[in-house]
Design a protein around this ligand. Structure first.
Ligand code: PMV
Length: 360
């Protein structure tokens, strides 16, 4: 498939006004996306668990302008209050997706958005936020067009979300979404995420992700800069090859429910992501001392308890603690007693694997 296929032929009618609303989740990568080419094309394939609790709710009220103008026109409200500082990011997103949604300059929008997780919790809202907005615009397009299948709808939403934030293209469906061309996954694409197409053992259907908020401050280095630093990175080629190979290995892990190998792949991916940051030029560290203390506690507890608790990391200091439902009565008390003391203000979020976005 090429980008051109996402350009609509024509619309039947452009409605005068209306409102659309969606809730869309965040996701946590098992094999990490780190490094990209022009137009948000990933340098390597990735796969993620869709989350259930960390979501963004967005509504878009639209009203046709008297005359189509050359500018995008929108008001932005975050949790009910105008938020001017978010507008440039939305404007860039609108510019990138305009070719695929040619009605955008015909309307004035009132975009109202809110997150289920605390503001400035260090939880990135770009995946849930960009996908929720893309869903709203696609819902508009659906109401202006002949019918579109759910599969085509999801594919185009994922394609548009990717242009807002790469990892956002993995938030539309669940429980597992794969993005980025790779030989071991049929139908994989650099342009959009696909629902993971192979068998998944039931142990993964109810996986928990307790997110430990270690540092809620602004990151010193943004993901955009981090991706950029993979250009000319001394270990880039090896890293991109490793992601392909980890995805291939995950296939049998996911179908057999092989938690031991799952742990070794997921933790290695998390540490490799941070190793890339530490070995780029300029180098940087996003982990904090408490991130390392938590990792060490998890390793110690896993050995003592014979459970399958493990960790993964995003581009930040927070730790995602992953464990199966059947071990929650042992693992959760451990998290509360031994890990929560390392969280800023004792804050954490109980999340779990989810099924994707919902129309409101
Ligand atoms: O979607 P971005 O550009 O914010 O990149 C996020 C990359 C990681 O979260 C670090 C890894 C991933 O695959 O989600």
């Amino acid at each position: 498939m090429s980008e051109k296929e996402f350009i609509p032929a024509s619309y039947t009618t452009l409605k005068e006004e209306g409102t659309v609303a969606y809730s869309s989740p965040s996701n946590i990568a098992l094999v990490k996306y780190w490094g990209k080419r022009e137009n948000q094309i990933p340098a390597n394939p990735s796969i993620s668990f869709t989350l259930a609790a960390c979501t963004t709710k967005t509504s878009v009220q639209y009203k046709k302008k008297d005359k189509k103008s050359d500018e995008f026109s929108f008001d932005l409200l975050f949790e009910g209050e105008p938020k001017e500082e978010f507008k440039p990011k939305i404007n860039t997103f609108l510019k990138r997706i305009e070719a695929y949604l040619p009605f955008l300059k015909e309307y004035h929008f009132v975009i109202n958005t809110s997150n289920s997780f605390p503001h400035s919790s260090g939880i990135a809202s770009s995946a849930s936020g960009m996908s929720a907005l893309a869903l709203c615009f696609m819902e508009m397009e659906r109401s202006f067009s002949e019918s579109i299948s759910d599969e085509d709808f999801n594919r185009k939403v994922s394609f548009l979300s990717r242009l807002g934030s790469g990892s956002a293209c993995r938030s539309i469906e669940g429980p597992l979404v794969q993005w980025g061309e790779t030989a071991s996954i049929e139908g994989s694409s650099n342009l959009f995420g696909i629902k993971y197409p192979y068998a998944v053992h039931e142990v993964f259907s109810n996986f928990h992700d307790t997110i430990l908020l270690v540092d809620k401050g602004e990151k010193q280095v943004s993901s955009t800069v981090g991706h950029e630093l993979m250009h000319g990175h001394p270990f880039a080629t090896q890293r991109f090859d490793q992601a392909h190979s980890n995805l291939e290995k995950l296939k049998s892990v996911l179908s057999k429910g092989d938690l031991k190998t799952f742990i070794s792949i997921v933790e290695s991916e998390a540490l490799t992501l941070h190793a890339m940051m530490m070995t780029s030029n300029p180098y940087f560290i996003l982990m904090k001392p408490n991130t390392l203390s938590i990792i060490n506690e998890i390793w110690k507890f896993r050995q003592e308890s014979n459970t399958h608790v493990c960790f993964t990391l995003d581009a930040g200091a927070n730790v995602h603690v992953l464990y199966p439902e059947y071990e929650k009565d042992i693992v959760f008390p451990f998290i509360k007693e031994k890990l929560v003391p390392f969280c800023q203000n004792g804050q954490y979020i109980c999340d779990r694997i989810g099924l994707g976005a919902k129309k409101l």
